[in-house]
Design a protein around this ligand. Structure first.
Ligand code: C2O
Ligand code: CU
Length: 458
């Protein structure tokens, strides 16, 4: 008899265990560290009867275990690399100390096969975050090295049964339904819109049915872990409001009807009020069903809990220093005479893709930062997208706002933002903790092919 692995056991209870793993924690070492191990794993992406996919997983799971902590609580994670390639872990969106940020060659050395690294940080903000590999991430994230990182409010705003973590992932599978390894690293993925899949999963399961309560507002934490796909989401048959973006609560809930765009690496927290016994669907791009919600219980009576926004430093537009960031390259805008930068010590990733994209005519991360800032200084980045592709620009360790020339101030915080072809977008933030912080495109095929830079905070 074949023993079921943990994920198969969980998937067997699809709709119960795997979708309500609040409080699930992996193993603790004797000294209080949580152990987290990256290793190769076999996963069935197309149902339990489908073929095995050769993936990489944290603790052998895809997505990795949902790591859940409380704001202000010290997090200690002993990470082990049991892959046969180097890796690191990045805690996406957490405003942590630079040394724990997981960027090879910038904040730490890549962890070799058989090696380990102790990550230790105290998350300052409650919200929806995620963790993922940061070495050859176009390949390692595409193969499954990602998971949800949830930081609870000191008193959780929603009861565990009303709080759902939904890790949304785009996969390219072959006709049999196994992960398509052969198509990895194709030139068109690096120079075009990245690797776009043909299978969407929620917590590793295709079209799961998720039981929800219709008697109180449900918190849905959506995380887009796709390497390139911009999800265009719609939740039918429910009253929906956005309560947080990229982990940070909005000043007040924003009701939505219609599409919610969620770029690679972005998160959105929703409240959804489901009608008793009326199934609802999470749809992508006008019709692909990603998940079904099966409500039960009487109709919602109480008001939805309210999240308290974090007290983030607000950039001062009077003293702000603007840094231009010009994006060029791609299949239809070949770089003319770019400067090819190589970051010393660990960016082996640069060997795997040709120089195709540039920030300010520089391909990849060099020894020179894009800019230097003093802690507390207000910094603006004026991004000009001269390419024909969408990009998802992520700033490590900082939250920023989109600055409009006219109209009301936009008070929503992001750590990743999607910029459209030919768009000019200005974002602003206050330089935070000292160290070297990366800025890159989270279309991970673009990042490896040049869309990387960094800045120093002193
Ligand atoms: Cu999600 Cu450089 O990271
Ligand atoms: Cu890009």
């Amino acid at each position: 008899m074949k023993l079921l692995n943990r994920r198969e056991v969980l998937a067997g209870f699809a709709g119960t265990s795997i979708f309500s793993m609040a409080g699930f924690h992996p193993a603790f070492a004797d000294d209080g560290y949580i152990e987290l191990t990256a290793r190769e794993t076999k996963i069935k992406l197309k149902g339990l009867a489908g073929p095995d996919s050769e993936l990489m997983g944290y603790d052998g799971l895809v997505p990795g275990p949902t790591l859940r902590f409380t704001r202000g609580q010290m997090v200690r994670i002993r990470f082990r690399n049991e892959l046969d390639v180097p890796t690191t872990v990045h805690w996406h969106g957490i405003r942590l100390d630079n040394a724990m940020d997981g960027v090879p060659g910038l904040t730490q050395d890549a962890i070799p096969p058989g090696g380990s690294f102790d990550y230790e940080f105290t998350p300052p903000d409650a919200g929806t975050f995620w963790y993922h590999a940061h070495v050859d991430s176009w390949s390692q994230v595409a193969r499954g090295l990602f998971g949800a990182l949830i930081i609870d409010e000191v008193t959780p705003a929603f009861a565990p049964e009303n709080d759902h973590v939904l890790v949304l992932t785009d996969w390219r599978v072959d006709d049999a339904g196994a992960f398509d390894v052969a198509s990895m690293g194709g030139m068109h993925e690096f120079e075009g819109g990245g690797r776009i899949g043909n299978l969407l999963t929620v917590n590793g399961v295709e079209k799961p049915e998720i039981p929800v309560s219709s008697s109180s507002a449900q918190r849905l934490r959506l995380i887009n872990t796709s390497t390139a796909r911009i999800l265009k989401l719609e939740l039918t048959d429910a009253k929906v409001a956005i309560i947080a973006r990229d982990g940070q609560p909005l000043a007040s809930p924003k009701e939505v009807s219609g599409d919610i765009l969620l770029g690679p690496a972005q998160r959105v927290d929703l409240t959804a009020e489901f009608a008793p016994d009326v199934p609802a669907e999470l749809n992508e791009f006008g019709g692909i069903v990603m998940a079904r919600f099966i409500p039960s219980g009487p109709a919602t009576a109480q008001a939805s809990p309210v999240l308290v926004p974090a007290d983030l430093p607000v950039p001062d537009l009077a003293t702000i220093r603007w840094i231009p960031l010009l994006m060029e390259g791609g299949v239809s805008g070949r770089l003319k005479d770019p400067e090819i930068a190589q970051l010393h010590g660990g960016m082996a990733m640069k060997a795997t893709a040709p120089p195709l994209w540039a920030f300010n005519n520089v391909v990849g991360m060099g020894d020179k930062p894009l800019f230097e800032a003093a802690g507390g200084e207000s910094i603006g980045i004026e991004m000009t997208n001269k390419t024909e592709q969408y990009h998802a620009i992520h700033i490590h360790g900082h939250d920023f706002r989109i600055i409009r020339q006219t109209g009301p101030a936009n008070t929503t915080w992001f750590d990743t933002v999607v910029i459209a072809p030919a768009e000019v977008m200005r974002i602003a933030f206050v330089a935070g903790k000292p160290g070297k912080w990366m800025i890159h495109c989270h279309v991970l095929e673009h990042s490896v092919a040049g869309m990387d830079t960094w800045f120093r905070v002193s």
